[in-house]
Design a protein around this ligand. Structure first.
Ligand code: 3H9
Length: 693
């Protein structure tokens, strides 16, 4: 099938792009568009041209999979120049999303008509780049830099109505968008030479420039470390200082530099890894998810309340179940307070808040779960408690209801064995705060029905999450790897580093918080309790807890938190305690560079990730990366731990781990067989094939 089909509608030539799934501008589409415009341009039977698209999307942008390869002619800016300089008017008929290069196509047209459901945006910033086919030059010329710049800086699309308000589209068509575009095109043809966006200067007033400069100064303060945000400012400023052709050349040069940057490569890698994670090995696309019209959540604590909010936000009624009315009241009040905060901030209307609150019903006793299609247990992390709940639910839940546990490390098959329907029992591990964090680990134990897994994944997406299917093991993927980092951080303290040095190295790497500041925030007693239950020890962390230093909530942990202080302060007492532990172990303390600290923290995580792959707990290295990007705030432009390891070189990581294992005598630091094999073969994780989870 032709990627761009040309058909006549009276005296209008309609070029329809058909490149499923999202009409990305592959080399073939670019060539097809150029050919269609040239052909229609020279056809005496044609007065005007419409660019339309088949399917749900208008055009999702450049074909991201072509980035990093030598550009194949015709390149997009040249195709768009041919459209813009066409003597016959060209009108875009936008029936779905017009993103990135897709919106740039529309901007090069002489007018734009959109369906009410269309969304238009330039999301390049999220891929570490800037628009590269005139977006930075044409959008400001059309709507002014003060409106165009924030669209490009956030990357968020606007609705058709908003686009009309901005003057980005000329018309929102309620009926057939192609017909409306054709009528507009003929009208333009009757009026002489079509208006070219490149020539339009009326929006670029001194007031617009001033407003843009104020926004740019603010963006520099907030995003000065993002090379593409700074490049965006430079490119947009060009509309005021350079002729169109020079502005285009400057944009192109900036775009090319950014595309080649490792940070953009990592963001593009993550884009595809996230979509790959949506495909669950071993589960055919034909497996139908079970319908979910009603949910129940057991436990009205912070986690349960957050999960209930996810359902309410998605419009699904949910019953929040507790053992006593007082706990329900507390939980409901907490939820109400969070919604109230959104209303105060202006991100939620009072009406929406009321709608959402009305979808959450509190109830005492498990019997209230009788009509739920899915029950998510978010009760106390203790196997006895879970078994009791699931045993009781077995007698209450309707046949075919999915019974899910939000446990963050307990064994799902043991929980499932408390019921007579283990095929319906699955893990759905949300991350705190559950109404905010994107990650959902879907824990797939042996014996769970395929359609239950498919339902958990589909539901996760409905709830706005990024679901990743993982196998059953202690801590699953994310927390199992995190445990390695926590151990490594403690080892670093004993070897000679101080908490603030470790945290500084980790924030410089790109995390928002270092491990010790994080532990102080979450509560050091959580890990202490887990260690005790597992019979494990951590000399420094245990000593802090024994001294009642649970973190921020007790005013002291690894750091001191005097009343009113926002950040922790170094505490000589803690540093003396650490030195004492080192001395007791006969360790001569030494200093560490930030790079050494990062290596010592991250390498053991990568090693654990390799074991997780060997055991089939994760199907792909990309799944592990998506978990870390969405659940643990791994810096997006570093692509996740496994991608990062590939950029470092697995041979380097193997050598460093061997040295660490020898120094500490800890055999768990020995490189895993998979890591060794890949390093020996000179390969990276990216070369591994998917396996059934
Ligand atoms: C750009 O345009 C640069 C220009 O300024 C300069 C050029 C010179 N390319 O997300 P979904 C695939 S940069 C290739 O699951 P949804 C995706 O991988 C680009 N493939 O669906 C998946 O494949 P598969 C700026 C793409 O309905 C399938 O389509 N544009 C592209 O949830 C379905 O995707 C963007 O950043 C692409 N551009 O969401 C937009 N887009 O089925 C990126 C999608 O094999 N795309 N695919 O796994 C999106 O935001 C969403 O995909 C979209 C659909 C909203 C379009």
């Amino acid at each position: 099938m032709e990627l761009v089909q040309l058909a006549l509608r009276g005296r209008v030539a309609v070029a329809t792009i058909a490149n499923p799934p999202v009409n990305a501008l592959s080399a073939g589409v670019r060539a097809g568009l150029a050919e269609a415009v040239a052909k229609a341009g020279s056809d005496p039977a044609v007065d005007a041209i419409v660019i339309a698209a088949a399917g749900k999307a208008f055009i999702a942008g450049a074909d991201i999979s072509e980035f990093g390869k030598p550009p194949a002619a015709p390149i997009l800016p040249d195709v768009l120049e041919a459209i813009e300089t066409s003597a016959k008017p060209v009108v875009a008929a936008i029936q779905g999303v017009a993103l990135g290069g897709g919106l740039e196509v529309a901007l090069a047209c002489h007018a734009r008509v959109a369906s009410p459901a269309a969304r238009l945006g330039l999301p390049e910033i999220k891929l570490g780049i800037i628009p590269g086919a005139g977006g930075t030059q044409r959008l400001p010329r059309l709507i002014g830099a003060a409106k165009a710049f924030p669209m490009m800086l956030s990357g968020e699309p606007v609705s058709a109505d908003k686009a009309a308000e901005y003057g980005l589209v000329d018309m929102v068509a309620l009926g057939d968008v192609v017909e409306a575009a054709a009528a507009l095109a003929l009208d333009l043809a009757s009026k002489g030479a079509p208006p070219r966006t490149a020539d339009r200067m009326e929006a670029l007033t001194p007031a617009d420039r001033e407003a843009f400069e104020a926004l740019a100064a603010d963006a520099t303060k907030k995003s000065g470390d993002m090379p593409n945000a700074m490049a965006l400012i430079e490119a947009v400023r060009g509309v005021f200082t350079l002729p169109f052709a020079e502005g285009m050349a400057a944009e192109r040069a900036l775009f090319r530099t950014l595309v080649a940057d490792e940070r953009s490569k990592a963001l593009r890698y993550a884009f595809f890894a996230e979509r790959e994670a949506a495909k669950v090995p071993g589960i055919e696309a034909s497996v139908k998810p079970r319908p979910i019209a009603k949910a129940a959540v057991i436990g009205a604590g912070t986690m349960g309340g957050g999960i209930a909010m996810c359902f309410a936000n998605a419009g699904i009624p949910v019953t929040l179940i507790e053992t006593e009315q007082g706990q329900i009241d507390n939980g409901m009040n907490r939820v109400a307070a969070i919604y109230e905060m959104s209303v105060t901030r202006g991100s939620l209307t009072a009406e929406k808040r009321d709608e959402r609150m009305a979808l959450i019903t509190g109830a005492v006793g498990l019997a209230a779960a009788h009509d739920a299609d899915i029950v998510i247990e978010a009760a106390f992390e203790e196997m006895g408690v879970k078994k009791q709940i699931f045993g009781a639910l077995d007698g209450i839940a309707k046949p075919g209801a999915i019974l899910a546990s939000n446990t963050s490390y307990l064994d799902i098959p043991t929980i499932a064995a408390a019921t007579k329907r283990p095929q319906d029992v699955i893990g759905m591990h949300f991350f705190s705060p559950a109404n905010v964090m994107k990650l959902l680990e879907v824990v797939r134990p042996a014996g769970v029905a395929d359609d239950v897994v498919a339902t958990a994944v589909a539901l996760g997406r409905t709830l706005g999450k990024v679901p990743v299917v993982v196998g059953n093991c202690f801590g699953f993927v994310g927390n199992r790897m995190l445990a390695q980092r926590t151990r490594a951080a403690e080892r670093l303290l004993i070897a000679g580093a101080l908490p603030h040095e470790v945290d500084a190295a980790v924030t410089a790497f790109g995390f928002k918080m270092g491990p010790f500041a994080m532990s102080d925030l979450a509560g050091n007693d959580i890990g202490w309790r887990t260690r005790k239950s597992l019979g494990k020890k951590a000399a420094v962390a245990d000593a802090l807890c024994e001294a009642g230093r649970f973190g921020q909530k007790t005013g002291k942990g690894y750091y001191l938190y005097p009343a009113g202080a926002r950040a922790g302060q170094r505490d000589p007492e803690v540093e003396a305690l650490i030195a004492r532990v080192s001395a007791e172990r006969g360790v001569t303390r030494r200093s560490f560079t930030a790079d050494e600290i990062v290596a010592r923290l991250m390498d053991p995580m990568v090693n654990e990730g390799a074991r997780i792959l060997e055991e089939g707990i994760a199907a792909r290295p990309g799944d592990i990366d998506i978990i870390w990007l969405n659940g643990y705030n791994w810096p997006a432009w570093r692509g996740g731990p496994m991608h990062w390891a590939d950029t470092v070189g697995l041979d380097v990581i193997v050598k460093r781990l061997e040295a660490q294992a020898a120094e500490s005598g800890d055999a768990t630091l020995e490189p895993s067989p998979l890591l060794r094999r890949l390093a020996t073969e000179g390969k990276g994780f990216s070369e591994l094939k998917a396996q059934a989870a």
